[in-house]
Design a protein around this ligand. Structure first.
Ligand SMILES: CC(C)(COP(=O)(O)OP(=O)(O)OC[C@H]1O[C@@H](n2cnc3c(N)ncnc32)[C@H](O)[C@@H]1OP(=O)(O)O)[C@@H](O)C(=O)NCCC(=O)NCCS
Length: 191
């Protein structure tokens, strides 16, 4: 996943309720359009299909008035839900659609099985970092050079149903990464 632009001024509409359901093949054109508008390095249709063919991968869409307003792809790991892709259509942003999709995921967590949601966010994607932080996810560690398409790092963000006492990274915007990782000042300066 990579950086997606959103503009509150451009798409300033009232908050809305959406229906969240399984993604089906017929959704793919709209999902691909959202993907292309959201990410510089976007998944292809084959990437989606390949992912969704895996038995443990789930695709869901948020639907509003018969339009796809957002989607998420996640995989079921032993004790986690791992979000692989997540985006809201530009026209539907800042109207709580993403929040409702995260709520759906949180409702799937349980004491007996998966107690955690985790995902990777690009270091440049401040909007998504702020969004996920608002949803209660916290930055836990940094994956250096995580992506094949750029030299960006990824922040691993996690939501825990039962938060532990383990140390977490303070949330910092990209230009303050050096405060967290003093050994990599040059990268942070260049960012
Ligand atoms: C990040 C994204 C999913 C947020 O979806 P959304 O439906 O617009 O989010 P919500 O309306 O539920 O926002 C809830 C809160 O998150 C925060 N937030 C959301 N977008 C934000 C932004 N662009 N800048 C700052 N804060 C933001 C705000 O606190 C917001 O509450 P507010 O609108 O009352 O201020 C959406 O902008 C998107 O699809 N971006 C491109 C794709 C992407 O980056 N995906 C994540 C990859 S890891």
């Amino acid at each position: 996943m990579s950086f997606g632009n959103s503009s509150r001024d451009q798409y300033n509409q009232p908050r809305c309720d959406v229906q969240i359901r399984w993604m089906i093949r017929r959704d793919m054109p709209e999902v691909l359009e959202i993907e292309r508008k959201s990410f510089e390095f976007s998944w292809t249709e084959e990437d989606f299909l390949c992912c969704l063919r895996q038995r443990n991968c789930i695709g869901m869409v948020a639907e509003r008035q018969e339009r796809i307003a957002g989607f998420m792809i996640y995989e079921l790991l032993k004790s986690q839900l791992h979000v692989l892709n997540f985006a809201v259509a530009p026209w539907a942003r800042r109207q709580n659609v993403g929040t409702q999709m995260i709520e759906k995921l949180v409702n799937k967590l349980s004491q007996q099985r998966r107690q955690e949601i985790c995902l990777e966010v690009r270091e440049t994607n401040l909007a998504a970092q702020l969004f996920f932080r608002k949803q209660g996810l916290q930055a836990h560690n940094v994956l250096r050079g995580h992506y094949e398409d750029t030299e960006e790092d990824a922040y691993v963000m996690r939501y825990q149903l039962y938060p532990s006492d383990e140390v977490i990274l303070p949330f910092v915007p990209r230009n303050r990464i050096a405060d967290v990782e003093p050994d990599n000042d040059s990268d942070a300066e260049a960012a």
